[in-house]
Design a protein around this ligand. Sequence first.
Ligand code: AHM
Ligand code: MG
Length: 350
Amino acid sequence: MTSTLQSFNIPEQALDRDCMTLSRHVLQQLESFTPEAQDLSAIMSRIALAGKLISRRLSRAGLMADVLGFTGETNVQGESVKKMDIYANEVFISVFKQSGLVCRLASEEMDEPYYIPENCPIGRYTLLYDPIDGSSNVDININVGSIFAIRQQQGEDLNGQANDLLQNGRQQLAAGYILYGPSTMLVYSLGRGVHSFILDPSLGEFILAQENIKIPEHGPIYSTNEGNFWQWDESIRDYTRYVHRHEGYTSRYSGALVGDIHRILMQGGVFLYPGTVKNPQGKLRLLYETAPLAFLIEQAGGRASNGEQNLLDIMPQKLHQRTPLVIGSKEDVNLVESFISEHKRRQTES
Ligand code: AHM
Ligand code: MG
């Protein structure tokens, strides 16, 4: 029998796909309509709303007053804060207020977690996020991102220092990023594969683009700030010399983690932000940058480590802890790690 759609020449699959919004996809993934599934679906919708608001402001940033540039403040990391960092941080807080979903938010831009007490009796979740990752790109209209992770609260935050959050990355219930590029894209995982959505500006909705994304086992890209070469450990320098001397490698680095990792997710390769002389633990933060991305890349069949240990196994000591990062295709992460372990072996022998 010819369906009504077919008789009007509308492909049924295309319509189904246009209706696959993020909140519907979450419920489909969880295969359930329990209150927990509804909560996660609603949390993802709120994250998507934050992404839309940030995307809208970024797209007009150069035309509006007081959007670009620095605030003159420094954050808990000692880094200069951009106006967009503050705006995006506030957007996440605002979308979760009176939502009944998330009791607490912790971000790169706040020394301590932000509580929404009215949500706490019902919403036992914490959102960890980096509101604008790669914010040095904002003023020059190059891609930036937001990174997020959802965790269940483990216990009481007795001293307000979020010590109950100091759990390894395997405790994340969901994680992902929003990439503000030529199109705005949300990539997420609930621990059941990695899926991408593109913001359709005419609908104002994130629509499913690709399901079950798999990272290649090996890829040509190595992505790192080679300006830090002089500050790296000899093992990382040796790895870099190796890729310089072998055919088949190409370098890509945008200065915004989300874009660089997205490229590697799609095309394969490795992203490295190792420790440096100035920052032996590297630059990137564990709880709201590297652990969410590690969760996602593992779900896509890749690997993430600090060079010696699987990143998702690291137990944080504090909220804003940093960690070195080696992430991407399995074979490429293994190769970097082999240089690190070989150097360690030689050091212990000598
Ligand atoms: P930010 O969250 O303060 O913007 O810092 C994180 C960003 C990453 O997106 C990016 O990979 C890295 O910092 C770039 O740092 P560098 O300029 O040292 O290469
Ligand atoms: Mg960041």
